[in-house]
Design a protein around this ligand. Structure first.
Ligand code: 13P
Length: 263
């Protein structure tokens, strides 16, 4: 089973429209004439989506190399939800992927597994591909709760989603203690967690679905550690924060983290 790796830039609350344009023009010029055996996604802040959509669906060369992601979506349809953005609004800007359940959304904005589950369902209704984030805190890991935390996040987050939905979902394992800290999980820690998550998916949906689903690693991924992490059998790409803010760094991660696909 060959899973195509997926490298996604999560810019978090960085880069408005003009910085987005600078990044994209620079990134596309660097990859001119090259193709990579992976999918590449950029998830800017909501307000930069129109610019990204214009650039990627306009006349810029190489534009098809990049797919557009959003960092969040509402679990509701249109209506009185001040400050929220719904899935159909995202579709208007050619968004294909949406990050759901990031640990910052869970910790800072109080998103529960039930809310995340509702968002995953809403995203699938609009045929968006969720990047479903899970991961434990340091205290949970040190308290021996790694597996129970991941089990709860996976089972409650995915409740009611079908096998067909699972074909369009990417899971991102992001240990909270590795996010923005410069501390990366060792490749063994990451591989063990990924294999465990895959076994959870197998328990819920069967081995076929588990073998097909892509599980990204996120947490202080850098050009220098991408190759070792991506060489792990259950790691299928990366969700990158800080190091994706600069075109050269993002590209180096993709280069170092991809190996030619043998079909
Ligand atoms: P960093 O790459 O900055 O650690 O962030 C990881 C992350 O949270 C991506 O979603």
């Amino acid at each position: 089973m060959i899973r195509k790796p997926i490298f996604a830039a999560n810019w978090k609350m960085n880069k408005g429209a003009s910085e987005t344009e600078d990044f994209v023009r620079s990134f596309l010029s660097k990859i001119q004439g090259q193709s990579f055996p992976c999918e590449i996604v950029i998830a800017p802040p909501f307000v930069s989506l129109p610019k990204l959509a214009d650039l990627l669906h306009g006349a810029v060369q190489n534009a098809s190399a990049i797919q557009i992601g959003a960092q969040n979506c509402s679990q509701f349809d249109a209506g009185a939800y001040t400050g929220e953005v719904n899935v159909l609004m995202l579709r208007e800007f050619f968004v294909h992927f949406v990050i759901i359940g990031h640990s910052e959304r869970r910790a800072i904005f109080g998103e529960t597994d039930a809310i995340i589950n509702a968002k995953l369902k809403k995203a699938r209704e609009a045929n968006l591909k969720p990047i479903f984030c899970i991961g434990e805190t340091l205290a949970q890991r040190e308290g021996g709760m790694l597996e129970s935390v991941l089990r709860t996040q996976v089972t409650e987050g995915l409740q009611g989603l079908t096998e067909k939905d699972m074909a369009e979902i990417v899971i991102a394992y992001e240990p909270v203690w590795a996010i923005g800290t410069g501390v990366t999980a060792t490749s063994q820690q990451a591989q063990d967690a990924h294999a465990f998550v895959r076994s959870l998916v197998a328990g819920l949906y069967g081995t076929d679905t588990a073998e097909r689903i892509r599980i990204q690693y996120g947490g202080s991924v850098k050009p220098g550690n991408a190759a070792e992490l991506m060489a792990c059998p259950d790691i299928d790409g990366a969700l990158i924060g800080g190091a994706s803010l600069e075109p050269h760094g993002f590209l180096e991660i993709i280069r170092n983290g991809t190996v030619p696909l043998v079909e």
